[in-house]
Ligand binder design. Sequence first.
Ligand code: SF4
Length: 425
Amino acid sequence: MNEQFLQYIWKFRLLNPDLYTADGEELAILHPGIQNTDGGPDFFNARVRINQTVWAGNVELHTRSSDWIRHRHQFDPAYDNVILHVVYDNDQVIRKKQNMDMATLEVKNNFPASIEDRYREIMQNHLWIPCYNLLDGIAPAVMRLWAPALAAERLEAKSGFILSLLDEYSDWDEVLYILLASGFGFRINALPFELLARSVPLRIVRRNAGNPFRLEALFYGQSGLLAGYPRDKYLRSLQYEYGHQRAKSGLKPLKPGLWKRLRLHPSNFPDIRISQFVQCLVKCKAEPGFLLQNQDALMLEEFFRLRATDYWNTHYRFGKKAGRSEKKIGPEMARLLLINVLAPFLFSYGSARDISPMKMRAVELLECLEGENNHETRIWNSLGIRAGNALESQALIQLKRNYCDHRRCLECRIGLKILDKHNRP
Ligand code: SF4
């Protein structure tokens, strides 16, 4: 038994109808109160009747009554208005300041054992998600209603990082530029890409936006990838140009060991993604804000269908020849950039400037895009929960990573349904 489960039992009034306090007085719960997630008692403004007297005030819950002493609530005025102490195990009599016994309800043996059994079953499960084999058709209907709130939670969580970048740079364009770079890293190389963009300030990119070759030289040089490969003509010319630019701007390159290729499809190698990122900067004339100007999802998706330069049609890495294939960003990758970069950026911008339509645009953008097809969404699909669009796939990712993986089943609408279903006759 943990306090969270106790709160669930109390909040949803899952206790037996005939209740008595530890002193043997009749107890009726008129209202369990409003749950408090900050400091102070667990529930505010509850109403209970003890014998014939109605009490209104706060309720505190503990696994053991002695926790009251252990948490030193007897010295904290915030607990003076506690009208009922709800405990699983009443192991110690607690006295209020006036030396009166605290009205205490012992929950043990006062609620259906089947609820606790089901809760334990979920908590002890080590499958992909704890309720893996208990979903039983519940989840799709719940998810349809819950998805927008979950997706907004995910956007909110991503805002934290975006706003910390804004604190650092005080410039929305620079923030979007760094985010775009990290988006081109597609998770595995997100951090090296972020560091790469940080190492080439946007003002230098702008200065060279009209010269794609020079921009490539700058980014490849800064990435550290120009060194240590067999030389060919293209590589030599990049090295020459970078040497010149580096001396002019005083740039310091990254270590090439930062980049990861293991288990990546060659078309996702950073060597190719850097070229596509440069094309993105050239296409928007180094003005990332251009992407936010009245463009619909289709136009934005099309914008990101970028081609790496011709050299990469016959290479996956510098100096290593490969069969001919055009290195163009596919529709799925283009959508990922919208989902992981543009939507969170719009949402953060709207939040920071209190522009609700901007936040709505982020949500609408996700609604317009096809849902992600990744390992997580495929398993959800096999469990009968299909993401119809990117808003729903983002919701499923949020659910798995922030609820299921932390066993927050009592805060999860699916979890509550599972327990509720079991509780019904
Ligand atoms: S958090 Fe919800 S969906 Fe995830 S395992 Fe728990 S009950 Fe299931």
